[in-house]
Design a binder for this molecule. Sequence first.
Ligand SMILES: Nc1ncnc2c1ncn2[C@@H]1O[C@H](COP(=O)(O)OP(=O)(O)OP(=O)(O)O)[C@@H](O)[C@H]1O
Ligand SMILES: [Mg+2]
Length: 463
Amino acid sequence: MRSLRNRLALMFFAITFVAIAVLYLYVAPGLQTRLINEKLNALSAAAARYSASISATVGNSDLPPVVRLRVDTAALASGNRVALLSVAQTRAGPQLSPQQDSSNKAAAEPLSYPVAVTAAKTAQPATGLEMTAAGQIAEAAYPVPYQGHVGAVIVFSDPVADIAHSVAIVRHDILVAGGLALLVALIGGYLVARALSQRVKRLEHAAEQVAGGDFDHPIAVDSPDELGQLAVAFNEMQHRLAQLESARKQFIATASHELRTPIFSLGGFVELLEDDDLDPETRRRFLDQVRGQVERLRKLSVDLLDLSKLESGSLELRPEQVDIGELTRSVSAEFEPGLAQHDAHLELRLTARSADMLCDPVRVAQIMRILLDNALTHTPTGTRIVVTAGREDGRVRLAVRDDGDGIDRAALSRIFEPFYTSDDAQGSGLGLAIASELAERMAGHLYVESGPGRTTFTLELPA
Ligand SMILES: Nc1ncnc2c1ncn2[C@@H]1O[C@H](COP(=O)(O)OP(=O)(O)OP(=O)(O)O)[C@@H](O)[C@H]1O
Ligand SMILES: [Mg+2]
């Protein structure tokens, strides 16, 4: 009962069952009542229409055969049994006695005409049903006034057994058709539900495969309906997961390679330094190399940690009110030894008089260091670097421009990827990846424009 298939099949069955029950219990009895009412209306219409010639005989001295003829004529014209009852007003109320009856007295059912009594009492036409041994009879009574009171009542009657019979046939047919419909609903519902649940099962199976790390088996999209669309979305998700998985593997492979290189190099230098016959000059050179590799390892581990925090969303920002001009000045000052080494010139252009903004100064400084470091390491000596900072259109812009050789088109779209390096400088390619992730984390954006002799990295932050 828990399976979708059984529940759907049962639901089809239940809906059909309710529809048939409503037909059988509500529509069929209603039909009978409606048909009987129609018959009563037809009888009272016939009574009103054909009573006139019989009414004319009341109180007159017409001979019984004449009256009988008129009664028979009315019965023939209306197709109903017609009876004429005379009314004698007594103390106990009107007393009715049959005068004429269109039907054969011996064969016909004796009727007591309760509606005739009502009509005689109220002096209004009346309709109603009378129960006899042969079934129900519909009757319409038409009072004939005579000398200020009801002198006679003409009753038109017709059995309703044929109506009950027709309704019984309809009910029987409903039961037969309903039984068939239930069977079809059960089988059809089961088949439709089975087809649906098979498709859902396929999705479930595919999801299990993906959960198990298998991204190579897309689901066949066999229809454009909702389940088909779910399959398309599922395949798209599988494709993205496969890409993410391969990027993750690539990342780990590159990271371990980047870590291994300096560690091997350190091992080599340690072995060389064990040699007691080394002259002090060579020893100092080796120690410098060791220091360099340790520094490289330190930077790499800090960078990897930053990147992983950024990607997992666990890097916390500590925003505070910062004068962006002051921040730019102090970070630029840190680079004075590097600038001197590269024979480079740095120019500061602070366009805004006061560019106070709310940001995490440590992280903005980190981005600036990454950009300045690149402007020094990926350009020839003697480069001119221009740093501009200012506020414009409600955004704070911080740009680092250099007049180096520029970045070629193919590389331009990839420099923000982790570990991407496009020249021989000894970087590990994490700088710009961290800088752009940091910018996004601060609701800002880092972008580059580059051509021969001019490369500009711009950090844009909400002011
Ligand atoms: N100002 C620039 N001029 C020319 N090329 C640049 C400049 N800035 C970045 N690049 C190119 O973009 C690549 C990626 O830069 P990124 O800062 O991410 O890595 P990296 O500098 O090589 O290493 P890391 O910064 O991790 O030490 C660089 O290898 C370099 O080829
Ligand atoms: Mg760099």
